[in-house]
Design a binder for this molecule. Structure first.
Ligand code: OSB
Ligand code: MG
Length: 380
């Protein structure tokens, strides 16, 4: 495979603001989602190619400080002008162009993702290949929100076990944790099982969290504060279950610091949270070198975001099943064609150039609330 370094000149960016209704509500320790507003970013180059990215921020700042509206502000007023300013020869340059803008990683990642897709299409290779991935298929697990009752949780777990998902992640919060997980473990003694707390605990819960060690969990994800790595190091010393960090990790440097401190043994990589595929790849490579397994997290993405997650997961050190479930788990009709299909807990990595799925323009248009176009200045 020869990858060119010919200049890519982006002369148009279209922001499709989309609203999609989830098939079933999704509850975490910080709230319940019924629908999702987000941006599909479309970048066009001078030769008329189309690249797609998706912003993963939610409407409210519960998971992180970014929202759909802050994404719009950052993209429109700062990031799109930077992207249209000068040609690039490789998508790695996008994060360099954006470096003067502090954080706002989800807004950056949405635009960078569209450029990665364009770049892969220009070189006529799948995005996975452009990233350096060599897997043909990936293993996936599923994330199960907080349920109204233990009975409902057990039947939901059973349904997904039957569908073949390779790992069950159960959302927990105080009052819905040890006892509930005990029931799941009793009903399914052999499944790969983990818990995600989304920062619902503090070190004062240490004795309680220690009880999780008896349940043979693959890991516990982000038990403590969203911005902490120090208390997590204290907790990791006190428990045998590996801790995985999600909310606390925004960059390669955050990853390095967390691993140096012993705050976790596993990293959840979310493209949006770390500012794009380039940074995701750096975190992946650093963890590979340090024998730390990684997996790809999810943000209830629609098809474009799902496609990016799948391509990233083709890299070798994504050894644990991720959260990228089938399109049909979330949406009546996804915005890509074909939709993401999971069979026996496996997704085949597409072999077509770019993100590997076509945009279903009809579904996209039907779900669009608003569309904005940005053009390169004629003089440039
Ligand atoms: O913490 O991983 C998380 C969903 C929304 C916000 C945060 C998280 C999640 C999930 C579901 O766990 C991931 C998915 O199914 O896309
Ligand atoms: Mg999480």
């Amino acid at each position: 495979m020869t990858i060119t370094r010919e200049p890519i000149t982006i002369d148009k960016v279209i922001l499709h603001k989309v609203r999609m209704k989830l098939k079933e509500p999704f509850s975490t320790s910080f709230g319940t989602f019924q629908e999702k507003d987000f941006f599909v970013v479309e970048a066009r180059d001078q030769e008329g190619r189309e690249g797609f990215g998706e912003s993963v921020a939610f409407s409210s700042p519960w998971y992180s400080e970014e929202t759909v509206q802050t994404n719009e502000h950052m993209m429109r007023d700062f990031l799109i002008p930077l992207l249209l300013e000068k040609p690039i020869t490789h998508p790695d340059e996008v994060s360099e162009h954006f470096a003067a803008i502090r954080r706002n990683n989800m807004a950056k990642a949405a635009l960078e993702g569209a450029v990665w897709d364009l770049y892969a299409k220009k070189n006529q290779v799948p995005l996975a290949t452009a990233l350096g991935g060599d897997k043909k298929e990936i293993d996936v697990g599923i994330s199960i929100g907080i349920q109204p009752s233990v009975e409902e949780l057990l039947s939901t777990v059973g349904r997904f076990v039957d569908e073949g998902y390779k790992r069950m992640k159960i959302k927990i919060k105080p009052g819905w944790d040890v006892e509930v997980l005990k029931e799941v473990r009793k009903a399914f003694p052999d499944i790969a099982l983990m818990a995600d707390a989304n920062s619902a605990y503090t070190l004062s819960d240490l004795d309680h969290l220690k009880k999780l060690d008896e349940l043979n969990l693959t890991m516990i994800e982000q038990p403590l504060a969203h911005d902490d790595i120090v208390d997590h190091a204290t907790l990791q010393k006190a428990v045998t279950t590996p801790i995985c960090l999600d909310e606390s990790i925004h960059s390669l440097d955050d990853t390095r610091r967390a691993l140096e401190l012993g705050s976790c043994k596993i990293i959840n990589i979310k493209i949006g949270r770390v500012g794009g595929l380039t940074e995701s790849k750096k975190i992946h490579d650093y963890c590979a070198k340090n024998n730390v397994p990684v997996w790809c997290g999810g943000m209830l993405e629609a098809g474009v975001g799902r496609a990016h997650n799948i391509a990233l997961t083709s890299l070798g050190n994504f050894t644990l099943p991720g959260d990228t479930a089938a399109s049909s788990r979330y949406w009546e009709n996804d915005i890509i064609d074909p939709e993401v299909v999971v069979s026996n807990g496996v997704i085949q990595i597409p072999e077509v150039p770019g993100i590997g799925y076509h945009i279903n323009r009809q579904v996209l248009e039907e779900s669009t609330l608003e569309k904005q176009e940005f053009h390169k200045e004629a003089s440039q």
